[in-house]
Design a protein. Structure first.
Ligand SMILES: O=C(O)c1ccccc1NCC(=O)[C@H](O)[C@H](O)COP(=O)(O)O
Length: 200
């Protein structure tokens, strides 16, 4: 079970996620209560050991801005949540990034990993980072490639969500916060442990 913890902005939260065994650490570089400047992402990403992915998250920024900010951040992976075309993924691939495409079941984009050249697909709520669940009935058939389930997951519901949809991995943000935008290291530890125990 691949686990991504997203929206980190403090060293202690990065340390908790790494120690708990998260596979990917996400930093939000788009307007959000969790937004972090590229220079601060670089400092946080430097705390992450090799083998754990560092992910810069964007939503709707112009491609040039994404390329510049991602390079300045020092991450290895870019996650796009907007209506970016396959050409944007190709440009970021040429820059050397691994790629995550995030979409919602209602978004109309293909629910197939790799459709835009990405390595990983996230199926999320239409309002990313909101903590909202989405209706599993909207998914129809699960993607066959590697995909992460996101949207309203938390330590106490991740096992049930995994049992229902059988994703390759999971992604969390709001569910490991006590107040919006502020992570709780103990909730991070609980979430990663519960997700790793959940059978895909
Ligand atoms: O986290 C945000 O505020 C955010 C804003 C805009 C685009 C993406 C954002 N987050 C991306 C993520 O990968 C979240 O982990 C994912 O949407 C799940 O969020 P949540 O439902 O809060 O667990």
């Amino acid at each position: 079970m691949y686990v991504k913890v997203c929206g980190l902005s403090r060293p202690q939260d990065v340390a908790a996620a790494v120690e708990a065994g998260a596979d990917a650490i996400g930093f939000v570089l788009t307007p959000s209560p969790r937004q972090v400047a590229p220079a601060d992402v670089r400092a946080l990403a430097a705390l992450v050991p090799e083998g754990t992915a560092t992910v810069a998250v964007f939503r709707g920024e112009p491609l040039d801005e994404v390329r510049r900010a991602a390079a300045e951040s020092g991450v290895d992976t870019v996650q796009l949540h907007g209506a970016e075309p396959p050409e944007a993924f190709a440009a970021l691939r040429a820059d050397g990034f691994r790629l995550i495409r995030a979409t919602s079941p209602e978004g109309g984009a293909p629910l197939e990993t790799g459709a835009y050249g990405e390595d990983l697909l996230i199926i999320d709520s239409p309002r990313p980072g909101s903590g909202e669940r989405w209706d599993p009935a909207a998914l129809g058939v699960s993607p066959t490639g590697p995909w992460l389930l996101a949207g309203g997951l938390a330590p106490d519901n991740v096992a049930g969500a995994v049992a229902g949809l059988r994703p390759w991995g999971v992604d969390v943000s709001s569910g490991v916060e006590r107040t919006r935008g502020v992570k709780d290291p103990e909730l991070i530890r609980q979430f990663v442990a519960a997700a790793k125990k959940a059978a895909a």
